[in-house]
Write a protein that binds this ligand. Structure first.
Ligand SMILES: Cc1cc2nc3c(=O)[nH]c(=O)nc-3n(C[C@H](O)[C@H](O)[C@H](O)COP(=O)(O)OP(=O)(O)OC[C@H]3O[C@@H](n4cnc5c(N)ncnc54)[C@H](O)[C@@H]3O)c2cc1C
Length: 387
């Protein structure tokens, strides 16, 4: 039986990009995915916030990410649907605009405040009377599943093996992970890379590894094709979710099926190239893996909230969707060899993966050879764990 240089578990944006970059770097790679349609990648807006760096590290990686996206369609030989659009961060009436301006001032290219009237001219679907104004910036966007498909196609052309099976366990021999198991068979590898989003936690826990990775339950509404155009990506200007995520480490996530913090509704919408739209998003900080809610109430709540800003969406039909989205407390990914267990790597925890994953995957494939990269060195798992 073939022993692969690397097995990558998870074909979301993170695993798809990394498996391709490893194959391109000459490694023999097996990419495993369980085919679960409800993933963060599948329901994402696909936004690339290349303007949103706040440190030398994130500014460099976001800008590199945007440049990398501009070459990916050609390199991978398939269209990723990259486009630029306006991001409108709507400000509620009564919100403290000065405070928000200060907060957005931390970004490398701060979004600018515009009046409600100007926002309505840029996005005719917006009801200017319903908001106090908006922050605006140029943003980029790809179609998430087109990007994954493009990476997968190029990966297979490089000789990569892609297997649609759930990984049921990691094989541990002494203090070394030597491969994976599925219900059908075992696959050996020099390196096993867990890139399974929120489900990475379960896989790591099964071999006694605990990492400071957390997840939210995200809910959206997927609409049929709209008979009008939403030009911009619309999201609220407040960032309560990031604030709550930064406090995740203060809570006990070991409690079973518990709500850690109250849910957040961020009324947003993106229309995709096929004219369908994603309306979001509710985030629940809940420790179980199944959704704690049925969905119909959430669906109505999300449509009601977005229709306050975009009245044409008031009677939109759509399907409630649910997925898990992993995150870390410092907003940076959690990647690299897992200390104390050889042969085991993690590649997860990307809060803004569409900007970060392409350059980080490329750099990490090289880091595996060289064990050094000034940017990768700052986002390794061992910033939280001691050897
Ligand atoms: C509404 C919404 C909007 C978003 N908007 C943006 C945005 O604009 N920009 C941005 O950058 N990010 C955005 N995100 C976040 C982003 O989509 C996720 O963070 C991202 O998809 C994470 O990718 P991933 O590959 O790490 O994990 P996932 O997408 O969760 O992929 C993990 C994969 O692993 C598979 N898997 C799990 N367990 C196993 C197993 N045991 N065996 C085999 N396979 C397994 C899963 O089926 C899945 O395919 C958004 C998320 C949501 C929900």
């Amino acid at each position: 039986m073939q022993t692969y240089d690397a097995i990558v578990i998870g074909n979301g944006i993170a695993g798809a990009a990394l498996s391709y970059e490893l194959a391109k770097a000459g490694q023999s790679v097996l990419l495993m995915d369980d085919g679960n349609p409800d993933s963060g990648t599948r329901y994402s807006y696909g936004g690339i916030g290349y303007w949103a760096g706040t440190t030398e590290l994130t500014t460099k990686l976001f800008q590199e990410g945007f440049a990398r996206h501009q070459e990916l369609s050609d390199e991978l030989g398939a269209e990723t649907q990259l486009r630029e659009l306006d991001l409108l961060l709507t400000v509620e009436k009564g919100a403290d605009v000065d405070e928000l301006t200060r907060a957005y001032g931390a970004f490398n290219t701060p979004p600018q405040f515009i009046s409600a009237k100007e926002a309505g001219e840029i996005e005719p679907c917006l009801d200017a009377d319903a908001i106090a104004g908006a922050f605006i910036t140029r943003h980029a966007q790809i179609d998430p599943m087109s990007l994954v498909a493009a990476y997968n196609q190029a990966f297979r052309q490089l000789g990569g093996h892609h297997n649609l099976s759930a990984v049921t366990g990691l094989v541990k021999v002494g203090d070394r992970i030597t491969g994976i198991t599925t219900n059908a068979q075992a696959y050996p590898a020099g390196m096993t890379i867990v890139s399974a989003g929120a489900y990475s936690l379960q896989l790591l826990k099964s071999v006694g590894v605990k990492v400071p990775l957390y997840f939210t339950h995200a809910e959206i509404v997927e609409t049929p094709k709209l008979n009008f155009e939403v030009r911009s990506l619309i999201m609220p200007a407040t960032n309560a979710r990031f604030e709550m995520e930064s406090k995740a480490g203060n809570f006990d996530w070991e409690q079973t099926d518990s709500q850690i913090m109250p849910p957040i509704l961020e009324a947003g919408v993106i229309q995709l190239a096929d004219k369908t739209a994603r309306i979001g998003q509710i985030s629940r900080f809940y420790t179980g893996y199944e959704s704690p809610v049925e969905g119909e109430e959430s669906r109505k709540e999300m449509v009601r909230a977005i229709a306050q800003k975009l009245p044409e969406l008031k009677n939109v039909s759509g399907t409630w969707r649910h997925c898990l989205v992993s995150f870390t407390q410092d907003g940076l990914p959690l990647i690299g060899p897992v200390p104390s267990v050889s042969g085991l790597h993690l590649f997860s925890g990307f809060t803004g993966p569409f900007a970060l994953v392409p350059p980080v995957a490329q750099r990490y494939a090289q880091w595996i050879k060289d064990s050094s990269d000034p940017y990768i060195d700052q986002i390794l798992v061992n910033r939280f764990l001691s050897e």
